[in-house]
Ligand binder design. Structure first.
Ligand code: AMP
Ligand code: GLY
Length: 426
């Protein structure tokens, strides 16, 4: 089959690596890709916002299947446009992608279907939002309704921070995304990322993972897209996984079908495991980044078959096999990320680091120039490893990190530490 993968991050490098390994893959292109993806796929410089150009490429190259990585094109309806042009595509329709594109849509769906989530109200009027904050008190969470590249959530420890966040969003600080607000109860517990593969009717649980969102060790510093992850998440026991499927994923699938927009693709539930059980923080409608990287490290089955079964509505009898060994990834980012950072700095010893047994390096923001690899983004590399324990995977990943020579980069040194401590203490 001829496959086109859309995206350019570490998530897409991991997907490209897995798709390239499928015996079904004859030819793999990736647009716009990065220097690492170029080792697995032919890179094509398409603008993902230009759906007509993507369709023209598919037509000219007899593409059989398109895999969409990031949320932007999904929310913009690229799957609808590709399907309307006669091309099979993996991922949700524009209407189904509202589960990620509008937090208010998801909250209303939860309320209507008794799906456990934080109590909330929606506002378009800043003064009404402020009155609500004053009534409820802190801690409280202020969210922009629309996509805001990970910056749309303010967990306010005190009332003043919440009121300031409302002012910032109402003043257009997040653009159109902040014109409508969700204000919700602060939930306590342990967070986990949970992934289900869906075909419109059926959902199968994939692996779970734990993300590290803050920039610095011990969860200090600003929120980022994710500085590292490991899979599985120990908090996702068999019982919690089953409850998540029964109380959150399945009712969501049913509700989406009933509304005439059945959900296909990856349903990525950000969960808070509270003392009352799993509660939904938010949905994403694509693989997590960097969670996808550790999941691909653990997947034994053919990913391409699974993605096609999702598109074709054939997951009912589908089964995916996983390595029971955990996997861990450390994100190496450019110094200054998630704020201002330099591009174009030289990264060396990647081959040596990648040759360590059990280690796999996925590129996020890189480009190749004159045979050299240069940093070309905020999050730049995902250094991944699989081991018998999280501790072993962690040791291997940091051995590879320390082999890479990139003075302008940094990483957290405590990825997976909670799980490693748990292993040590039984
Ligand atoms: P989100 O972008 O919705 O995933 O939110 C970013 C982060 O904010 C989450 O990973 C949580 O750590 C935190 N968060 C969001 N909503 C809540 C909530 N209702 N209670 C506690 N923490 C929250
Ligand atoms: N790592 C979180 C995300 O992909 O949204």
């Amino acid at each position: 089959m001829n496959i086109l993968l859309l995206g350019s991050g570490g998530r897409e490098h991991a997907l490209a690596w897995a798709i390239a390994a499928s015996p079904l893959t004859d030819k793999l292109w990736c647009a716009p890709g990065n220097a690492g993806i170029a080792q697995e796929a032919e890179i094509v410089p398409l603008d993902l916002g230009d759906h007509a150009a993507v369709i023209a490429f598919c037509r000219a190259n007899k593409v059989d299947f398109v895999v969409v990585g990031p949320e932007g094109p999904l929310v913009e309806g690229i799957v609808d446009d590709l399907e309307a042009a006669g091309f099979k595509a993996f991922g949700p329709s524009k209407l189904a992608a509202r589960l990620e594109g509008s937090k208010g849509f998801t909250k209303d769906l939860c309320r209507a279907n008794n799906i456990p989530t934080a109590a909330y109200e929606r506002f378009t009027d800043a003064n009404a939002a402020k009155d609500y904050v004053r009534k409820m008190g802190a801690p409280i969470v202020v969210k922009a309704d629309g996509l805001a590249a990970g910056k749309g959530v303010v967990v306010a420890e005190n009332e003043k921070d919440a009121l300031d966040a409302i002012d910032m969003m109402a003043a257009g600080g997040l653009g159109e995304a902040g014109s409508s607000l969700v204000i919700e109860e602060f939930m306590r517990g342990e967070e986990a990322s949970f992934f289900a593969l869906c075909d419109g009717t059926n959902a199968i649980a994939l692996a779970s993972a734990q993300d590290h969102k803050r920039a610095f060790d011990n969860d200090q510093g600003p929120n980022t897209g994710g500085m590292g992850a490991y899979s599985p998440a120990p908090v996702m026991t068999k019982e919690i996984t089953q409850r998540t499927m029964d109380e959150i994923i399945t009712p969501t699938m049913r509700a989406m079908s009933a509304m005439g927009c059945p959900f296909k693709g990856i349903l990525f539930a950000g969960l808070m495991i509270t003392k009352d059980g799993p509660k939904l923080i938010e949905y994403n409608t694509r693989f997590g980044d960097p969670e996808c990287q550790v999941m691909m490290m653990r997947l034994k089955s053919d990913i391409l078959l699974a993605l096609i079964a999702s598109r074709d509505g054939m997951l009912k009898t589908f089964d995916l096999r996983w390595h029971s060994d955990p996997a861990l990834t450390v994100v190496m980012a450019a110094k200054g990320y998630p704020g201002h950072y330099a591009k174009g700095t030289l990264i060396e010893n990647l081959d040596k680091a990648g040759a360590i047994d059990g280690v796999q390096i996925f590129h996020a923001g890189t480009k190749a120039e004159g045979g050299k690899i240069l940093a070309n983004g905020g999050r730049v590399l995902n250094v991944c490893a699989r081991g018998k324990t999280v501790g072993e995977a962690q040791t291997l990943a940091y051995k590879a990190v320390d082999t890479i020579h990139w003075p302008e980069g940094f990483c957290r040194r405590d990825i997976g530490q909670l799980a490693v401590d748990r292993e040590k203490n039984g």
